[in-house]
Structures are given as structure tokens and as C-alpha cells.
Design a protein around this ligand. Structure first.
Ligand SMILES: C[S@@+](CC[C@H](N)C(=O)[O-])C[C@H]1O[C@@H](n2cnc3c(N)ncnc32)[C@H](O)[C@@H]1O
Length: 252
């Protein structure tokens, strides 16, 4: 009898069999979906809105652009991208593996009168149902750390963006100042699970979100993965002293 080797992967601070991660992450987002927007505002004191707006400034959106927002969730970024693009002949795909999250996002876009510019697509970012070189811009905001095979997701982003196109990945990262890092740790571990309990009746999902940030690669490591995936002219923009970082890569 041959011994089977079970590969493990991070799930918050735990290590679990690789094949279990996607299902567990799915459960978390299905649980938090109805309160996700409220909790984002509560946890970040509204800062996530400023970070997302900053990403749009870096995106260089032009008329007729074809844009794909991955791990789009409840659609904040898809909404901002669509407003910036306007009725210019382009469009925005919002894609997420979780239908509950995506439905909430698409409803918001519908209510804002922008649904003619947006198409929701339920898909795993590790294996996307889009042709090679389809988009001028691909974004993923606070999604990458939840994905099982992050390098594969980066390769998929490289595959679907057009030559000359841009990929922007925004994620929580490693603060550059030790004082901020200390305060951020105290806040994350002592306050956020409590906020999750208070606003969403769920501290465990928010404990995972905090822990997953600590297991995510730092700025330098993620930049290396961008180059490995085939991107050029890669850059990092730290926001709030590196609590969040925007990674940019261009496909030539
Ligand atoms: C923290 S939310 C971010 C949502 C949104 N981009 C935002 O910034 O508010 C992470 C999202 O990643 C999605 N996700 C997790 N794994 C995924 C995968 N393999 N492929 C696509 N989306 C995934 C989750 O369903 C969830 O909606």
C-alpha cells in the first residue's frame, strides 16, 4: 500500500488539506455576505472606500476599455470602475466564485442604473472562462489571500489581459512602521472579531479574515510572484503605511 501525501495550505493560522480551502473560504463569504459592506465600514472606519478610490486613480481607465474585476464580491470596485468608464462603449465584467456575494453586488449596480455596462460571471479566478488577451484592465481587491492557488490566479490574470494592458491587485500587506504594525495587530486580534460578533453575529469568520492577512505574502514576495507570472514594469504602492498595498503589473 502506498502512503498518500496530503498537501497542506494556510487557512487563517491553521494548516488544512489543500482540497478543503476553497469550500471553507466559500462558507465564510456565504456567512458574511449580508453584513459584508457594513462590516467593511466598521472595521476600517470607512478607509476601504478611500483605498478603493485610490486604486481607480491608478487604473488609467480610457473610453471603450474592457475591464474585469475578479473576486468582485459585493461590487464596490466594479461600481467605481463602471462609473469611471461611463457610457463609452466599454464594459465591466464582475466575477466571483461566490454567487451570494456577487448577487448583492450586481443588485447594487442595477439599483445605480449601471447594469447595462456590467456582466456578472460566477467563476473561480484560478480557472477563468475568458479568452486570452480579452481585457485592457484586470483588478482584484482583497481577493488574492483567499484563493487556494494564488500563483495560478496571477497566471490567469496575465493570460486574460491584453498585451499593453494592466493588472492591479490590492491586498492587505505588511505595515512599514513597527509602531503601526503593533497597533494594527492589537486592533485586528482584539477588536475585529468582537465587531464581527456585534454587527454580524459571527466572530469566527472575522478571526479568519484577520489571520489570513498575517499569512499573506509581504509586498516583496508578491511582487516576485508578479514577475514569475510574466508581468513586467511591476510596482508597489503602499497605502496607510503598507497596511494595504496595490501591486501593478503590465503585460508586454
Ligand atoms: C474580502 S472579499 C473582497 C470583495 C471585494 N473585492 C471588495 O473589495 O469588497 C473576497 C472575495 O473573494 C472571493 N473569492 C474567494 N476565493 C475566490 C476564488 N477562488 N475565485 C474568485 N473569487 C474568490 C470571495 O467569494 C469574496 O467575495
Amino acid at each position: 500500500m502506498t502512503e498518500q501525501k496530503h498537501e497542506k495550505i494556510d487557512f487563517g493560522f491553521k494548516d488544512i488539506p489543500v482540497e478543503e480551502k476553497q469550500g471553507k473560504v466559500g462558507e465564510i463569504f456565504t456567512n458574511v455576505a449580508p453584513k459584508y459592506d457594513l462590516m467593511n465600514d466598521a472595521m476600517s472606519f470607512g478607509m476601504h472606500r478611500l483605498w478603493k478610490r485610490y486604486l481607480i486613480k491608478l487604473a488609467g481607465i480610457k473610453p471603450k476599455h474592457k475591464i474585469c474585476d475578479l473576486a468582485s464580491g459585493t461590487g464596490d470596485v466594479a461600481m467605481l470602475l463602471t462609473k469611471e468608464l461611463g457610457d463609452t462603449g466599454g464594459n465591466v465584467i464582475m466575477s466571483d466564485i461566490n454567487k451570494e456575494m456577487l448577487d448583492i453586488g450586481y443588485d447594487k449596480i442595477f439599483d445605480a442604473g449601471l447594469s447595462h455596462l456590467v456582466e456578472p460571471v460566477v467563476a473561480n479566478s484560478e480557472s477563468l472562462p475568458f479568452a486570452d488577451s480579452s481585457f485592457d484592465l484586470v483588478t482584484m481587491v482583497f481577493g488574492l489571500r483567499n484563493i487556494t492557488d494564488k500563483k495560478r490566479a496571477l497566471s490567469e490574470m496575465h493570460r486574460i489581459v491584453k498585451p499593453g494592458g494592466t493588472v492591479l491587485v490590492m491586498e492587505f500587506s505588511k505595515p512599514k512602521s513597527s509602531l503601526i504594525s503593533y497597533a494594527y495587530d492589537k486592533y485586528s486580534f482584539n477588536v475585529i472579531p468582537g465587531l464581527g460578533k456585534f454587527f454580524a453575529g459571527d466572530s469566527e469568520s472575522y478571526r479568519y479574515l484577520v489571520e489570513s492577512i498575517r499569512r499573506h505574502p509581504n509586498q516583496e514576495q508578491l511582487q516576485e510572484w508578479f514577475y514569475e507570472a510574466g508581468f513586467d514594469s511591476c510596482s508597489i504602492t503602499n497605502l496607510s503605511s503598507g497596511v494595504v498595498a496595490i501591486h501593478k503589473g503590465v503585460k508586454y
